[in-house]
Structure formats: C-alpha cells, structure tokens
Design a protein around this ligand. Sequence first.
Ligand code: 5GP
Ligand code: ZN
Length: 111
Amino acid sequence: MCVFCQIVKGEIPADKVYEDKNYLAFKDIRPKAPVHILIIPKEHIEKLTDIDESNKHIMGDMTVIANKIAKELGIDKSGYRIVINNGPDAGQEVYHIHMHLLGGKRLIFAT
Ligand code: 5GP
Ligand code: ZN
C-alpha cells in the first residue's frame, strides 16, 4: 500500500489540516515553504495522467479545498502556488495523486 493510503488509513501519522469523506490535506513532511500542504483524494489514483472525464471533478474539488486552506492559513491575499508533479521527469516521488499548496514567502522555484 502506498504511503498516502497509509496516512488515509491512519497507519502513518500526519499533521492533518483538512479532512472530509473523500479528501485529506496534511503538512508536507519536508516543507519547501512556510506553508506546504498536500491535498489528496482518499481514493488511490496514481497520477495526473489518470485523470479523465470520469474523475475530473477531483481536480476541481482539490482546488476548492486548497483555496479554503489558503484562506484559513492567511495566505489567500499574499498568494500561493499549486503544483502537481506528474511522472518521473516532474520528480513525482509518491504515486498517489496530490496537489502541493505552497506559500507564505515569495516563491522562486519550489517542489
Ligand atoms: P512529489 O514529488 O511526489 O510531488 O511530492 C511528494 C511529497 O510528499 C514530498 O514533498 C515529500 O516531502 C512528501 N512526503 C513523502 N512522504 C511523506 C510522509 O510520509 N508524510 C508527509 N506528510 N509527507 C510526505
Ligand atoms: Zn495511495
């Protein structure tokens, strides 16, 4: 089972900032910015390539959750970056689709 599925199941601890029936958001273990949150669907989907007509709502849902968290953490006005690494050349490390929410400083290049 992948590391993010283990977090969903509670088998690995995570610093959760948001949870609902289908999604979970938690702090990245190696933060690359003052705010670095990962937003994931609880369903195991490997990567962005696996998004199609049948599950494209996941992209919208994760965006809405990211915006909500950004507001709660007070970076909605200062701005933030959303990143999805897809596959080897993008440096995807965990093959369970996730959105990075990065902010809290002027970002040059991150993750
Ligand atoms: P990727 O390169 O796949 O887009 O990013 C994976 C991210 O997951 C990395 O930023 C890494 O620090 C984070 N990460 C990997 N394992 C864990 C973990 O067990 N817990 C948490 N909270 N983050 C993790
Ligand atoms: Zn998984």
